[in-house]
Design a binder for this molecule. Structure first.
Ligand code: PLP
Length: 369
């Protein structure tokens, strides 16, 4: 019996399964593979979640989310990101990743093209096929910055969306405002939508976060609570963009999601009342990672935001060779092929505790011949 649809024929999560297998085989590994921020969800947010349950905020909300939460999100987007929006142009989603899938489904027709930078967050690539659209990868190697000429050259009559992510997973690159302005001009000339994933906006160490949606109205800005408030498991994100797209997304949510968790929404409302997680520990870890990998002979590019460092493995090795040797020394990393067509990079996450990051760096120095 056929089990999977043709739409899933290119889905391949074997890389993650492989890392999971390695993880299971080790006792107390140093895990620098996962993309978790440091520490637990702050207590005041947990308390708000518990209160929401006790106060019986446990029923469906409207498909697009609680009005007071959308109001708070719109205010944040206006003041911090300088994006013109309002509560009806915001929709709450059960995590940015699901929001991305819904957005692709809401916008794309068969044959449409989506431009995605390579390397980048894997769902950008894989979910394109679910909308029967075609993926076009634009490399950003070796400096991980936008290659604007290549982006423009990649645009065709069929291009509907350009997806960007700054600060970037997996490279840590932060795109300068000048490049984002140029990208907006290109997109405007060709009438292309931009999806801007700003999940790591709280983690910028060099330069300043700039939201392209503040100057290009055909931007769909996506963000969420996972990293900024250490709420990865609560599954809550939000999207703003052109009103018709948000309305279509709301209709789709009505049938595909019904609504995001009411408990998570009440907790998020409380989260917004206080600052996001502190950047300070990440600043320190980022510097340590940069210095020690440079000392071990690696050329470190990007690394200006998020909490990832993406580096090329020594000549003659593939990403899988490198992560296998690392695992033999009790260290877990992710192979670059999870994010890219290129198979010679690995991603190190310094989201976790500084002691683990230091131990992991010592192992990398040790296995680097
Ligand atoms: N966007 C990027 C670039 C990410 O790296 C991640 C998680 O690693 C997400 C989105 C996940 O967002 P969410 O937890 O809201 O689905």
């Amino acid at each position: 019996m056929r089990r999977a649809s043709q739409r899933l024929k290119d889905f391949d999560s074997s890389v993650f399964q492989e890392v999971f297998r390695k993880q299971q085989a080790l006792i107390n590994p140093i895990d620098l593979s996962v993309g978790l921020p440091e520490g637990e969800t702050p207590q005041y947010i947990k308390d708000a979640g518990i209160r929401a349950i006790q106060d019986n905020y446990t029923t469906y909300t409207s498909a697009n989310g609680l009005p007071e939460l959308r109001e708070a999100i719109a205010a944040k987007l206006q003041t911090e990101n300088k994006i013109t929006t309002d509560k009806d142009s915001v929709t709450v989603v059960p995590g940015l990743t699901t929001g991305l899938l819904l957005t692709y489904l809401a916008i794309l027709d068969p044959g449409d093209e989506v431009i995605v930078m390579d390397p980048s967050y894997p769902p950008y690539h894989y979910l394109v096929g679910l909308a029967d659209a075609t993926l076009k990868r634009i490399p950003t190697l070796p400096n991980f910055q936008l290659d604007l000429e290549a982006v423009e050259a990649g645009i065709s009559q069929k291009t509907r969306i350009i997806v960007i992510n700054t600060p970037n997973n997996p490279t840590g690159a932060v795109y300068p405002k000048e490049d984002l302005v140029k990208l907006a001009n290109i997109a405007s000339r060709y009438g292309t939508l931009i999806i801007s994933d700003e999940m790591y906006e709280s983690f910028v160490y060099a330069g300043k976060h700039f939201s392209i949606g503040s100057m290009y109205p055909n931007t769909i800005t996506m963000n969420g609570f996972s990293k900024a408030y250490a709420m990865t498991g609560w599954r809550l994100g939000y999207i703003t963009g052109p009103a018709e797209i948000i309305q279509t997304l709301n209709q789709l949510q009505q049938y595909a999601v019904f609504c995001s968790s009411s408990i998570a929404q009440h907790a998020a409302l409380e989260a917004f009342k206080q600052p996001t997680v502190s950047r300070e520990p990440y600043l320190m870890k980022r510097q340590i990672v940069h210095d020690q990998l440079t000392r071990a002979g690696y050329d470190i590019q990007g690394n200006d935001g998020a909490y990832y460092t993406y580096f090329k493995v020594p000549d003659g090795q593939t990403d899988l060779d490198f992560i296998t040797t690392a695992a033999e020394h009790n260290l877990l990393l992710l192979p670059g092929r999870a994010f890219s067509k290129d198979k010679t990079y690995v991603r190190l996450s310094y989201g976790g505790m500084i002691e683990d990051v230091q131990k992991g760096l010592a192992i990398i120095a040790h296995i680097t011949k």
